[in-house]
Structure formats: structure tokens, C-alpha cells
Design a protein around this ligand. Structure first.
Ligand SMILES: Nc1ncnc2c1ncn2[C@@H]1O[C@H](COP(=O)(O)OP(=O)(O)OP(=O)(O)O)[C@@H](O)[C@H]1O
Ligand SMILES: [Mg+2]
Length: 512
């Protein structure tokens, strides 16, 4: 062990922490300590209580009872500001930046350097300081860029920059890589290692097992609000961690249903839209799951958006079931049998202040209101079966979606589309933030839908997922389709090479 065994071995101690919400015991008597300069991974199923525990540490929530010690002294963390003063920073699962402000303004929010007068913000210094951090992280956007113009991945990097700028003793990262591609994640890990060298304590929440095993020092596992164990990473295996998380063994991580692949249901030629999507042609067949890989910003989401009528098509042609179509709005896409699960559940997907019932059933209104009134019973029955099928953890249907854990929110988005049973379903990072067992459930479900004849296009930044469940894999780079691999031919290396430009036009026969 590289830490010193003095009586001040722990940087941080959580003792007997309890936190409940109406109807939910989120954290039950958790005692957990973290060392100086370690990366402690915190894992557990969706709704296990990870974010709640960390929100208590970062002052966003107050515990019902329990005690927190920092460097051996008891501290009362009554607000996020107090946590910041104590040197505790948290990068939240749901990003918390101010969209109208610049990168630099967000990084230094509430701590802006002042001019000599002591009144005005020293914008020059603020931008220069921000630039140093941006360079450290190897980011390629301007410190003056407005947050709302950045992609989700870029916003996540801004949050990380912010935490780093605070000179924290403890940095909590709640699923920081869920929106990042492999390459960006690597940059983040390098940064985390540097911080560890500087004796910063990093607590890292993630559902990506490969990641956790590749660089954490210890792994703490939560289940149903309790801490079920904490061990040095070297003593554990992915299987043993999953077993601790779910209380049983998980047979397959990426279950693949073999389906019969049918006729072509969608063809797209020379798609172009905005600056990100330059030229992409593809087809989808019934019963087929097509994985769409590529770096963040390569134009994957833009393909999804033009096929769904959410962005205008500037050039190209779309053919659905043999008919040339113009998809000018999501309503038209839905009418043509196309569904889209978007990547950003907060901005585009869910109404956080509304109930699980109304969020899940929003697409059902057209379906079940045929006789001029809503068939409430039918809708409830349908929602209950979707909740069971997807194992959505909610005390009841009235719960506000905003109060569900991140992964469970994502499942509500998926539930919504199941209701419409589209013939083509596009999923943009469908298992982002979803725990391993729920992920397997969603993959099973996708397999089931495919076997009923649905064509599925799945965008994902997680290569094991792409490789695990796709029948065919497309790779994009800089707005163009760069490669196509069959399930048998594809490897992680080949996909990365195509995504980064080391391999061109492999297997592509549709372009031009
Ligand atoms: N503000 C709240 N009001 C009511 N219930 C809440 C609130 N915040 C969290 N919960 C509930 O507490 C439990 C723990 O949630 P938490 O967000 O801590 O889970 P998590 O482990 O972070 O899950 P995930 O991996 O999905 O992010 C869940 O059942 C959740 O629905
Ligand atoms: Mg969480």
C-alpha cells in the first residue's frame, strides 16, 4: 500500500450516514473511508444510493444522521458552498452549468478574480486562468465559448475543469465518462492520475466495469442504500463486483439475441445537415441491430436527428419501406414509424417535474385516446407492465421523474417508445448511466424488439456494447461514414482505427 499508516491515514470518513426521502430509504447507515491520494470507485445498481451519499458529502443534501470527518476533524457540510470551502468538489451526474454563460464564467462562478478596485471581475485574468486548465485537459474549445453551444461531452469536460480549478482535497465524479468517448475518457483518466499524485482523494462513480478495473485503487459497492463491501481492486473481479451489486450472478453482460434479418426498411443516401453531418449513406433491415460508433462530434447524433425530422436535411435522400420520404418534423417521423431515444434525457427527453406516469405515457395519448377520451386504466396497466419489464425503481407512478435515480430516468425514456412500437427505433446512447444488470435487460429487450421485426440503430460510445449486441457496425468520422463491419469482422481496434482516421472506407459500399 502506498499510503502511510499513521492515525491520519484517512482523508475522509463517513460514519453511519442515513438519508431518507418520502417513501424511500436512500442511504442506510453507511460507513466508508477514503485515503489520501486514492481513486475509490463507488458502484451499485441504479437507485442504490450512490449519488445521494455523494450529494451529502458535497453539501447538496443534508443527512438525517451520521458524521463526516475530513483529515480527522468532524465537519458540518451544510451547503455546496461550505463543501467548496472545505475543498470538496463534485462533478454531478446531471450537469449543472449555466447554459447562457461562457466556459470561463462557469469555471469561476462565485469565485471570479477581481480587478484591483475589488469590485469588477477581472475578465482577462479569469480567461487566462481558465485557459491554463483547458490546456491542461487538452480541450479544443475556447474559454469564451457559450455553454449552450457545446456538446454534452464538452460540457462534462467544463465541469471537470471547474472541479480542478478549485484545488480540491476531495473530488467526486458522478459518472463523468457517461457522455465521453474513449479518447476523451483517456484524457480524463490521465488528469485523475495526476491529481492522485498530488494526494487528492478521488471518488469515482461509474457503471463501466472495464474502466473501474483499469484504474481504481479500491472499489466500494452499494446495494439498496447499504454498503455491501469495499476492497482493493486487485482482490476483485468484474464478476464478483457484479455479484455484490445485484446479489446474484449475471450470466451475460451483453446478451445477444439471434434474429432473422429481413428486408431493408430504411435507406438513406448522402445525408448532409449543418456543419457536423457531411455525407452519410446507410440502410437498416428488419430484425437487425446496427451499431453506430465514432468519436463524440463525429456526426452520429446528427444522423439520428435528421432521420427523426428534428434537424433539416440539406442534401440527401431518405427512403422508408420503399417510398421516398421527406421527414420535416418528429411528428412525421413518428407517423412513418420512426422513434428516437435521445442522448440528453434532461434537455430533450423528460419532464422532470412531472410524474413517472405522465412521462412514460406521453406517446400513448394518441394511441389510447381513440374514442375521444383517455383510457386511463389501459394506460396504467401498460405503464405498470413497462415498469416491470424494465425494472424501473419508483415508489409509485406519481413520483416526479426528477426524483428517480439517473438510470431509472433513462428507462422511463425507453418505456415511452415501447408504447408506440415503431418499425424503426433509433437509440442515442441508450444505456448511458445504466447499471450492468439493467443494461443487460435493455439489450435483451432490444433483441426481443428486433426479433419481432423492428430495425434498430444504436449509437453508443461504449465499444463493448457496440461489439456485444450489433449485427452490423458503422463507424463515423468527421461527418462521414468511414467503415462498415459485420458482427464477425469487427474488433475494438478496427473500430477505433476507423473512428480516428487510421483506417478508411473499410467495407463501405454505399457511399457515393
Ligand atoms: N430528491 C429525491 N426525492 C425522492 N427520492 C429520491 C430523491 N433523490 C433520490 N431519491 C431516491 O433515492 C434512491 C437512491 O437514488 P440515487 O440517485 O442515490 O441512486 P444512484 O445509486 O445514484 O443511482 P444511478 O446509478 O441510477 O444514478 C432512489 O430510489 C431514488 O429514487
Ligand atoms: Mg446516481
Amino acid at each position: 500500500m502506498r499510503f502511510k499508516m499513521t492515525d491520519q491515514t484517512y482523508r475522509l470518513e463517513l460514519k453511519n450516514i442515513v438519508k431518507s426521502f418520502p417513501g424511500v430509504m436512500a442511504v442506510r447507515d453507511v460507513t466508508l473511508a477514503a485515503y489520501f491520494g486514492e481513486i475509490l470507485a463507488l458502484v451499485g445498481e441504479n437507485g442504490a444510493g450512490k449519488s445521494t451519499l455523494m450529494n451529502i458529502l458535497s453539501g447538496a443534501l443534508i443527512a438525517d444522521s451520521g458524521m463526516i470527518l475530513l483529515d480527522g476533524n468532524e465537519v458540518r457540510i451544510t451547503s455546496p458552498r461550505r463543501a467548496q470551502e472545505l475543498g470538496i468538489a463534485m462533478i454531478h451526474q446531471e450537469l449543472a452549468l449555466i447554459p447562457q454563460m461562457s466556459v470561463a464564467q462557469n469555471i469561476f462562478l462565485g469565485r471570479e478574480p477581481l480587478q484591483v478596485s475589488g469590485i469588477l471581475v477581472d475578465t482577462k485574468k479569469m480567461q487566462a486562468d481558465a485557459q491554463v486548465i483547458i490546456n491542461q485537459l487538452g480541450l479544443d474549445f475556447a474559454v469564451s465559448a457559450i455553454i449552450s453551444d457545446l456538446s454534452i461531452a464538452q460540457r462534462q469536460m467544463v465541469e471537470i475543469a471547474k472541479a480542478i480549478s478549485i484545488k480540491s482535497r476531495v473530488i467526486i465524479l458522478d459518472e463523468p465518462t457517461s457522455a465521453l468517448s474513449e479518447r476523451e475518457s483517456v484524457k480524463l483518466f490521465e488528469m485523475m492520475h495526476t491529481l492522485r499524485e498530488q494526494k487528492v482523494t478521488l471518488i469515482y462513480i461509474s457503471h463501466r466495469m472495464e474502466e473501474i478495473f483499469s484504474f481504481s485503487d479500491r472499489i466500494a459497492v452499494m446495494r439498496d442504500g447499504q454498503l455491501v463491501g469495499v476492497e482493493p481492486t486487485g482482490n476483485l473481479s468484474i464478476n464478483s463486483v457484479v455479484q455484490m451489486m445485484v446479489g446474484r450472478e449475471l450470466k451475460e453482460f451483453f446478451p445477444k439475441t439471434e434474429t432473422e434479418i429481413g428486408e431493408i426498411v430504411l435507406e438513406a443516401y448522402g445525408l448532409r445537415s449543418g456543419s457536423r453531418l457531411k455525407n452519410a449513406s446507410l440502410f437498416l433491415r428488419r430484425g437487425e441491430i446496427v451499431g453506430l460508433a465514432g468519436l463524440v462530434g463525429s456526426g452520429r447524433t446528427e444522423i439520428a436527428r435528421v432521420l427523426f425530422g428534428a434537424d433539416p436535411l440539406e442534401a440527401g435522400e431518405i427512403i422508408v419501406a420503399g417510398q421516398k420520404v421527406k421527414i420535416q418534423s418528429p411528428e412525421e417521423a413518428i407517423r412513418l414509424g420512426i422513434g428516437l431515444v435521445t442522448e440528453d434525457r434532461k434537455a430533450q427527453g423528460l419532464f422532470l417535474r412531472q410524474s413517472v406516469r405522465s412521462n412514460a405515457s406521453i406517446t400513448l395519448f394518441t394511441k389510447f385516446s381513440r374514442f375521444g377520451f383517455l383510457q386511463v386504466k389501459k394506460i396504467d396497466r401498460w405503464i405498470r407492465s413497462a415498469i416491470n419489464q424494465l425494472n424501473i425503481r419508483t415508489p409509485n407512478l406519481e413520483q416526479h421523474v426528477g426524483n428517480l435515480s439517473g438510470g431509472n430516468q433513462q428507462k422511463v425514456v425507453i418505456a415511452r417508445w415501447l408504447a408506440l412500437n415503431p418499425q424503426i427505433l433509433i437509440l442515442d446512447e441508450p444505456t448511458r448511466g445504466i447499471d450492468v444488470s439493467a443494461k443487460a435487460e435493455i439489450h435483451n429487450l432490444m433483441g426481443e424488439l428486433a426479433s419481432k421485426g423492428m430495425a434498430i440503430l444504436m449509437i453508443s460510445s461504449e465499444l463493448p456494447e457496440i461489439l456485444g449486441i450489433s449485427d452490423r457496425i458503422l463507424v463515423m468520422r468527421e461527418g462521414r461514414l468511414m467503415a462498415e463491419f459485420s458482427r464477425l469482422d469487427a474488433t475494438q481496434d478496427k473500430i477505433m482505427q476507423a473512428a480516428t482516421g487510421q483506417l478508411e472506407n473499410a467495407g463501405i459500399n454505399l457511399n457515393e
